[in-house]
Design a protein around this ligand. Structure first.
Ligand SMILES: Nc1ncnc2c1ncn2[C@@H]1O[C@H](COP(=O)(O)OP(=O)(O)OP(=O)(O)O)[C@@H](O)[C@H]1O
Ligand SMILES: [Mg+2]
Length: 251
C-alpha cells in the first residue's frame, strides 16, 4: 500500500469555532474509508478544504506526492480527486442518458489524451453506455432526471462523478434521506464501484450499518479533531468514540 492523500497539520477556524483542528491523516491508495462524527464535527468542512473549495488557515494537502493545498477545485478534479455533489450537478430537465453524456463529452474534450489513455473508450457515447450499465441506471436512461426516485438521483450524481474518471471518490452522506432498501442497494453499489474502478473511496456517513459494513478504515472527527482511526473492530470498541458518538447501540 502507498499513500494517495496526505493531510498535514490541516487547520481551519470559522469565526471563533475551531472547525478543523490540526488534522494529520494519511489515506492509502485503494482504501475504502469512512469519516464519522457528530453533527457539526467538521466532516463536510474537511471535504471542502481538501477539494479546494475553501482555503485552510494552516496545513498542507498532498495528493499523489503533489502539494495541492491552494489548487483550484477544477484542477483538483482534473488530477483525479472527485466529489459527488449531492445532486447539484444534475440537470433535472435532461434525461439520465444526456446527463452522463454531457459530462462525458465535457470531460472528453477537456482531457482528450487522459481519457483515451486511461480507459481506451472511443468516444463519449461509448463511455456513457458503459457508465450507465455499470451503475445500474441503463433501464431508466430515457427518463428525465427529475422523475428519478431520491435513491436513483443520488446514484446519478455518483455516475456523473465517475464520468470524470476519479482516482479518489469523495461522498458526503451517500445514503442521507434514503429508505432502508435503497441504503442497502447503495452500500452494495459503492463496494462494487470501489473494487471495479480501483478507487480510493472516502465517504462521510451517519448510517452505522453502512460504515461498519463496508469501510476498511474508520476515522472519527469530534469538534474538528481526529479522536480515533482504525478498523471497524477497533473503532467499535474505542472508549472515547463510544462516549462521544456511537453510544451503546453499536456494541
Ligand atoms: N462557510 C462557513 N462559515 C461559517 N461556519 C461554517 C461554515 N461551514 C461550516 N461552518 C460551521 O463549521 C462547523 C462544522 O460544520 P460541518 O458542516 O463541517 O459539519 P459536519 O461534520 O459536516 O456536520 P453534519 O454531520 O451535520 O453534516 C459547524 O459549526 C458549522 O456551522
Ligand atoms: Mg456535513
Amino acid at each position: 500500500m502507498s499513500a494517495i492523500l496526505e493531510i498535514k497539520n490541516l487547520d481551519k477556524h470559522f469565526g471563533g469555532i475551531h472547525v478543523t483542528n490540526h488534522l494529520n491523516i494519511v489515506f492509502q491508495k485503494g482504501e475504502m474509508s469512512a469519516i464519522i462524527g457528530p453533527n457539526g464535527a467538521g466532516k463536510t468542512t474537511f471535504f471542502n478544504l481538501i477539494t479546494g473549495l475553501i482555503p485552510p488557515d494552516e496545513g498542507t494537502v498532498i495528493y499523489e506526492g503533489q502539494d495541492i493545498t491552494r489548487a483550484r477545485p477544477e484542477h483538483i478534479v482534473k488530477l483525479g480527486m472527485v466529489r459527488a455533489f449531492q445532486v447539484a450537478s444534475v440537470f433535472l430537465d435532461e434525461t439520465v442518458y444526456d446527463n452522463i453524456y454531457l459530462a462525458s463529452l465535457s470531460h472528453f474534450h477537456k482531457n482528450a489524451k487522459i481519457f483515451i489513455d486511461r480507459m481506451a473508450f472511443k468516444d463519449a457515447k461509448e463511455h456513457t453506455e458503459f457508465i450507465l450499465k455499470k451503475i445500474g441506471l441503463w433501464h431508466c436512461k430515457d427518463m428525465k432526471a427529475s422523475e428519478l426516485s431520491h435513491g436513483d438521483m443520488k446514484v446519478l450524481d455518483i455516475a456523473i462523478a465517475l464520468t470524470l474518471q476519479p482516482k479518489i471518490l469523495l461522498l458526503d452522506e451517500p445514503t442521507a434521506g434514503m429508505a432502508p432498501n435503497e441504503r442497502i442497494k447503495m452500500m452494495g453499489l459503492l463496494k462494487e464501484l470501489h473494487e471495479f474502478f480501483k478507487l480510493s473511496t472516502i465517504f462521510i456517513e451517519h448510517d452505522m450499518d453502512m460504515v461498519f459494513g463496508i469501510a476498511q478504515i474508520i476515522r472519527v472527527l469530534v469538534q474538528g479533531q481526529l479522536i480515533a482511526e482504525g478498523t471497524p473492530d477497533y473503532i467499535r470498541e474505542h472508549e472515547a468514540v463510544i462516549e462521544a458518538y456511537l453510544g451503546k447501540e453499536v456494541l
